[in-house]
Structure formats: C-alpha cells, structure tokens
Design a protein around this ligand. Structure first.
Ligand code: AMP
Length: 363
C-alpha cells in the first residue's frame, strides 16, 4: 500500500519513518523538494491549490493524508473524489477556522474561553465591553505557533490591537488564567476503534511549544478529555490522529484548539509509548489495526528551535534521543526534538529541567 502525504515537513517524515517498517510506501507532495520528507519519500511538487497536479499525485497512491492543516479544503475534497482522504476534509475545514472550531467544541459540550467573532473595530469594542480584558485578538485563519495574535492588557488597547490585524476575519478571546496547558491525542481506525494516549503537559514560549511531559496523571481530566475526543471524532467521522489542546483552569478543561493531524505534543510517543502517534496515524489511514497507546514510562520532549546543538553532545548522554529534521537553522524554526524516557517521575523531571536550561533560551 502506498500512502500519499500532502505536506512533506517533519511530521510527514516521521509518519513515513513509522510506516516503512510495516511495509507501507510513501509519496509526498509539497511546494519544493527542499523539505524534511525528501529523505524518506519521493516528493511531487506543486501548489496546494493546483488541482491537476494534486489529482496526478492522488492517482499514484492508494490513500491520502496530510501533515499540514492548512491544505485548502477545496483541494482535499477534490482529492477525496479520486482516493480516500483521511482525516476527512470536514475536519480540516473545522480546524482551519478558530470560529468553527469553537462552535464544534460547544456543540459537543466542550468548554471554551468566552469569545466573539470580530470583523470590524466596532465589533472588537463591543466584544471587549462584553467579555472584558485582558484578552487575545487572533486571526481566525492561518495562525500557528502564536503568530497572528495580539494581546490586549486593557480595554483601551483595543484600537491598536485591531489596527495590527485588521483586514481579515478575527476572533477575540478572554485570557484564560490557566494553571497548566495539556493536550490529548488519540487515533481512530476505519472501524471506529480508538487508542488514546495519556494527557501530556505542555509549556509554550512565545506561543511555540517548548516542552512536553507525559503522562500527566489526572484520572478525572483524562476521562473528561477522552469523552470530548470521542464526541468530536464521532461527529467528524474521524480516521487518523486527532489532537485537542486545553487550558486547565480551576480544575476544568477549557479547549483551545484542535489539530486534525499528528501533533508536536505527541512526539514523546516515539520512544515513550508502545505505539507512536505516527505509527498509529498511518495504521489508521491504511486501515490496519491500531497499536497500544500505553506509555512505556515517564517521558519528556524538548523542541530544538532556531539553533541546532551538536548531536555528539546530546547523544553522549545515556537515554537521550535526538531527532534532527534535516532543516537549515533559522530563528524561531523547529529544527528537531530531544526525548528522554525513564521509569520514575522525579528523575524525568530532573532531566527535563536540565534539558530546558540547555536547549531553551532563557529570558
Ligand atoms: P494558539 O495559537 O491558540 O495555540 O495560542 C498559542 C498560545 O498562546 C497558547 O498555547 C497559550 O499559551 C496562549 N493562549 C492562546 N489563547 C489563550 C487564551 N484565550 N488564554 C490564555 N492563553 C492563551
């Protein structure tokens, strides 16, 4: 079976690295051949809205998935007329717009931060008057890693904040005073079988994921997150890996956003779980039985952003795993990640602190 992946970044590359041992083959489609996936698959090039090139690509594979949630929905629907596309294009459509994402959460009884859609300066004034400040004004589309966001400390910041993002659909959200950020990842197979990973705790710096520790043990919130996930996956007819990111506020889960794909907060599963998120995603897409998502121990994953440490230095430490995405260094760019898995929480947390000091620029 040949799996086509739209997008050939590090996520696509890690999918292929997980699927090749299962006898699966991979082809990828991206705008250029200078992409992390080029090391493991043939790359077809073209724009993401070039229907004829996408159609040719789709005809060369058995099933299509994606590693990027901003694949145009119209392209995904066009491909779906040629080959099965998993996760379903509807999941892309929902996840591409923060407003529709909030609505699907609400329809499924999942708490979200108070929000209002903003199209004009007057809308923002009204939203801030109704919901209060502090808050965050976000672009509804194409925001990622904290981009397309402006924080409002006071109501009178509204005018400046609006001026910075005006001209596109926006959303204003009240700032959540969270004690933690966590995420849940699960895979759903074609027959509706589900494998769910334990909650992971995430720390972001400048809106970019810096560090994940898992499992984050909270049985009550795990159950709640699993209930939310199963409602969403059923509502969307989902196949593949789905991630939902949450704030923990006064002991409750407030959903922030969903990613209809493998997710950075699940990279720890490569060494830290019986079956990685990447392997379970490709198993689901290929129609194979899923593997256990049980953790193998206590894991920490640290993103390497902007500048690459020397592999020799990282690998000199017993137990440390280094994943180099093969990208050139650029400020703010995710270049790789480091994982450490151990039997005890305390030793995991000690290593997490060391890795953090070593790999994350301190401010
Ligand atoms: P996002 O792009 O929505 O994932 O936002 C990136 C990061 O900004 C989140 O992981 C949070 O750390 C922070 N953030 C976003 N929205 C809110 C909010 N409503 N309240 C508090 N923090 C937020």
């Amino acid at each position: 079976m040949r799996i086509g992946i739209i997008g050939a970044g590090q996520l696509g590359r890690m999918m292929a690295l997980a699927g090749i041992p299962l006898g699966l083959e991979f082809a990828m489609y991206d705008r250029s051949r200078d992409v992390p996936g080029a090391a493991v698959a043939d790359i077809a090039t073209g724009r993401f809205d070039d229907r004829s090139r996408l159609a040719r690509f789709a005809r060369g594979v058995d099933v299509v998935t994606f590693d990027w949630e901003n694949v145009p929905v119209a392209s995904a629907r066009a491909i779906a007329r040629i080959r099965p596309v998993w996760p379903p294009p509807r999941a892309l459509e929902v996840a591409q717009d923060r407003l529709s994402e909030k609505r699907i959460f609400e329809r499924n009884g999942i708490a979200v931060a108070p929000y209002a859609a903003v199209d004009t300066a007057a809308d923002l004034e009204r939203a801030v008057a109704a919901l209060g400040a502090p808050g965050i004004l976000k672009t509804r589309r194409l925001g990622y890693d904290g981009k397309g966001q402006v924080r409002l400390v006071r109501a009178r910041d509204a005018r400046d904040a609006y001026a910075r993002l005006a001209g596109q659909p926006l959303i204003y959200e009240r700032l959540v005073k969270f004690s933690k950020e966590v995420s849940l990842i699960a895979a759903r197979g074609r027959t509706g079988d589900v494998e769910t990973y334990p909650l992971a705790e995430n720390v972001h710096t400048d809106g970019i994921l810096a560090i994940t520790r898992a499992p984050w043990p909270d049985t009550r919130l795990q159950r709640l997150a699993e209930r939310n996930h199963s409602r969403l996956m059923r509502a969307l007819g989902y196949v593949g890996v789905l991630c939902v990111e949450y704030f923990v506020e006064r002991g409750r889960l407030v959903a922030n956003e969903m990613a209809p794909r493998v997710h950075n907060s699940g990279h720890w599963t490569i060494e830290g779980a019986v079956t990685s998120q990447f392997e379970n995603h490709v198993r689901a897409v290929a129609g194979l039985p899923l593997g256990s998502a049980a953790p193998r121990g206590h894991a920490v994953m640290v993103n390497v952003i902007g500048a690459k440490p020397r592999a020799r230095e990282l690998l000199g430490r017993p137990g440390l795993h280094w994943h180099d995405y093969g990208k050139s260094a650029r400020p703010g760019r995710k270049l790789g990640h480091v994982t450490f898995v151990t039997g005890g929480r305390a030793s995991r947390d000690r290593v997490a602190r060391q890795l953090r000091r070593r790999l994350i620029p301190q401010r």
